[in-house]
Design a protein around this ligand. Structure first.
Ligand code: SF4
Length: 248
């Protein structure tokens, strides 16, 4: 018999009421009809293809858990906070000649950046405080738990995540930005770490070529390469498209 007076049951009942609207709102806002630059650098080309198929409505995306949606929300909240803190410090945000977003391949491929640092407060320069970075710069911000924050700080973004690395290069390429100021916030301790990553043309071209390859293969009805031949490979175990992938 279910004990509705236990602490767990009470929490579960409240969370059930909270999670429903969160999931409904997310489903509405996350329905993308294009391939996003945020996934192009993923280790698995087949995964990128599944994202495109999902955008075309040809395959269902796995519904994210409400807990994970709250983590996404935390990211948005702290991105807004970090932007304000940087503004208060003297950085000015703006736009590029080509805007703050892009699209290519007839709109099938798109990206939208967190922000662009375009200036530095004049009054600070006059008072001898010079801007600590060269401008303009793409600005990207992530809020991560301690374990992952430390990995980004210790290893650098490229080694930490090919997905995030690929993403910033697509943004820099399309928005013609020579560098990126990458801010990572430790969600547990609220430490902030900032790194400048310079634009790498080869990296950007590889990413674009991958998008071209995935779109072409999909239009021709061909499967892209899997990242592993073993469905129990650790990346496949976490993959949202695991069932669909290994039943093809
Ligand atoms: S299950 Fe593995 S091979 Fe298939 S799309 Fe996911 S990561 Fe790639």
């Amino acid at each position: 018999m279910i004990d509705f007076n236990s602490k767990t049951a009470f929490t579960d009942r409240i969370n059930y009421l909270i999670d429903g609207p969160i999931a409904a709102t997310a489903e509405e806002s996350q329905r993308r009809h294009y391939l996003g630059a945020s996934v192009v650098g993923h280790e698995c080309e087949r995964y990128v293809q599944f994202q495109l198929l999902a955008a075309h409505g040809l395959i269902e995306r796995k519904r994210p858990e409400a807990r994970n949606l709250r983590i996404f929300d935390r990211g948005h909240t702290y991105e807004a906070k970090a932007r304000k803190w940087l503004k208060d410090a003297g950085f000015l945000f703006g736009t590029t000649r080509t805007g703050r977003s892009f699209q290519d391949f007839g709109g099938e491929y798109r990206g939208s950046v967190d922000d662009v640092v375009t200036g530095w407060r004049e009054i600070l320069t006059r008072n001898g405080v010079i801007c600590p970075i060269e401008l303009p710069a793409l600005w990207e911000c992530k809020c991560l738990g301690s374990k992952y924050w430390k990995q980004v700080v210790d290893k650098g973004l490229k080694e930490y995540s090919s997905t995030y690395w690929g993403q910033i290069h697509q943004y820099m390429a399309y928005l013609e930005l020579p560098r990126c100021l990458y801010t990572v916030i430790n969600a547990d301790t609220m430490e902030m770490h900032h790194t400048i990553y310079n634009y790498d043309e080869v990296e950007a071209q590889l990413g674009r070529a991958r998008v071209h390859g995935v779109i072409t293969a999909t239009n021709e009805g061909r499967w892209c390469q899997r990242c592993s031949g073993d469905r129990n490979f650790y990346k496949c175990k976490w993959c949202d498209f695991r069932e669909a992938c290994w039943s093809t």
